[in-house]
Design a protein around this ligand. Structure first.
Ligand SMILES: Cc1ncc(COP(=O)(O)O)c(C=O)c1O
Length: 498
């Protein structure tokens, strides 16, 4: 059975029973997904969509090996980690083997938010410091403790930044404070962190942690310049704090050449705490904090037990182990590199063809397309990005737009994404961009005419843009960026009584 209710009834029930802050993709015209397989999702009519959004279904939606492992363990035992069980230690051993040697102690949780919250507790307990440095536009989770350190959220809400939170500029060399025309953007951005530390210390504050995603995802698919994290780590350690790398979105081989994204910055950079989640259980709620023996021991000196009812249960660990096996057995990292490189190449050709594409950035199967209205000014093409994701949906390709200006098309599909998928996706994008550009200078009216149902959203997008007011007039210099590598189903409708 794929459907309990008709789409209309599902929508009505959702409106009635699900909190209005829980948003759906394509709010103006949501899709109802009833099943999924590999990199494809299927709606209630059996229509197939190419999934470029779901980095959680890391090894592919409903991978049969994952399903089998979950069922097998469910039949045998599921309980908490207070009982001795082999799967938790086996998983911790296997996970540690993917990380630098000093990262060897695991704490299991159920979500990325829980992992980051626990990481903050570890960091604060370590030296008794409180303050946290976070990057602008960062998102680290939905718990209160994380909204406090997530400018992506608190800057949009009515919350006031807490005094123990310090926001450093995000190291975006395309649209940020220091760009590719800067002689040394890594040092310039790291010096901003140094200054924050010095100012905080002058006011008697003590830094517990610097937290950052190894590549910013919600912040607009940003890859920090080479050397930045090393410099920041030096300053943070000098202040007695720890470096937390949030790999919730970007871990488990998404970048291809490394298992963890922080590893692509070089062996001389090792965070003190790494948090992970989303892809870890391929959709099963499973997350983890990995840290050093020293930090773990300091945490235990508080005398407080860490207990998490579901974290590290045998079913989660069986699933996690299978995900690790599949990444290896199906060479998904190799696939991420091959398909990611091919896709990036195709997108660069599109960039040469379409003035709406300002920047292509990414590595492996983590790619961003920064859309601009003006190549020189880099004016974010927010409304256009919204228009494009709706048009792509009509072409049966699921994409999202994010970043501070909601103008960056995000590509982070299941890791079994193929070259044919990449080609198909780019062909659809090409067609949509061509129509948009043929329409020429009257883009706005064209967007409204073509996508009537999205008018409200466009207005919101424009308002956001005006509010941001960050249109820049600098020249767009020649690139010297980052210095990094860069069945049809039977439908059963339950009659809805409301
Ligand atoms: C970078 C990052 N960290 C943490 C989280 C929180 O993870 P979860 O939604 O599993 O609590 C997210 C979720 O989107 C995320 O993108």
């Amino acid at each position: 059975m794929c459907e309990l209710y008709s789409k209309q009834d599902t929508l009505a029930l959702r409106k009635k029973h699900i909190g209005p802050s829980c948003k759906v993709f394509f709010a103006a015209d949501p899709i109802k997904i009833v099943r999924a397989q590999r990199q494809y999702m299927f709606d209630e009519k059996g229509e197939q969509y190419l999934d470029c959004i779901n980095n959680v279904a890391h090894v592919g939606h409903c991978h049969p090996e994952v399903v089998k492992a979950a069922m097998k363990q469910m039949e045998l035992l599921n309980t908490n980690s207070r009982f001795l069980h082999d799967s938790i230690v086996e998983y911790a051993k296997r996970l540690s083997a993917t990380l630098p040697e000093k990262l060897s102690v695991c704490y299991f949780t159920n979500s990325g938010s829980e992992a980051n919250d626990l990481a903050l507790r570890l960091a604060r307990q370590y030296r008794g410091h409180q303050d946290v440095i976070t990057l602008d536009h960062a998102y680290h989770g939905h718990l209160t403790s994380l909204i406090e350190i997530s400018p992506y959220k608190f800057q949009k809400g009515k919350d006031v930044k807490k005094e123990f939170v310090h926001v450093a500029p995000h190291p975006d060399t395309y649209r940020g404070k220091y760009r590719e025309d800067h002689a040394d953007p890594a040092s310039a951005y790291a010096d901003e962190v140094k200054k924050i530390i010095e100012d905080a210390q002058k006011s008697g504050r003590k830094i517990a942690a610097f937290i950052a995603e190894s590549m910013q995802s919600c912040g607009g698919q940003i890859i920090p310049p080479a050397g930045y994290f090393q410099k920041v780590a030096k300053y943070i350690h000098g202040a007695g704090g720890v470096f937390i790398a949030d790999e919730v979105q970007v871990g488990f081989g998404r970048v291809g050449k490394c298992f963890w994204s922080f590893q692509m910055y070089g062996e001389d950079f090792v965070p003190d705490i790494v948090t992970m989640g989303k892809p870890m259980g391929n959709g099963h709620p499973m997350a983890c904090v990995v840290t050093t023996k020293e930090i773990a021991e300091a945490f235990s000196t508080s005398g407080m037990e860490y207990f998490n009812t579901y974290g590290g249960n045998p079913v989660s660990c069986a699933i996690g182990l299978t995900v690790l096996d599949i990444i290896e057995n199906e060479d998904l990292r190799g696939n991420a590199t091959r398909v990611g490189d091919y896709l990036t190449e195709l997108l660069h050709k599109q960039k040469a063809k379409h003035t709406l594409i300002g920047d292509i950035r990414g590595i492996g199967l983590f790619i961003g397309i920064d859309l601009v209205k003006d190549q020189q000014k880099r004016t974010p093409a927010t409304a256009e990005a919204q228009h494009i994701i709706y048009k792509m949906k009509e072409k049966r390709v699921l994409l999202s737009a994010d970043g501070p200006h909601r103008n960056v098309l995000k590509i982070k599909p299941p890791m079994c994404f193929t070259e044919e998928d990449a080609k198909f996706m780019v062909e659809q994008l090409d067609g949509i961009l061509t129509v948009l550009e043929v329409a020429g200078s009257k883009t706005e009216s064209v967007i409204s005419e073509m996508t009537p149902c999205t008018t409200k959203m466009h207005n919101e997008a424009h308002l956001e843009l005006v509010r941001d007011g960050s249109i820049d007039t600098r020249e767009n210099p020649i690139s010297k960026r980052n210095g990094l590598c860069m069945h049809k189903h039977v439908l059963f409708h339950k009659k809805l009584k409301m």
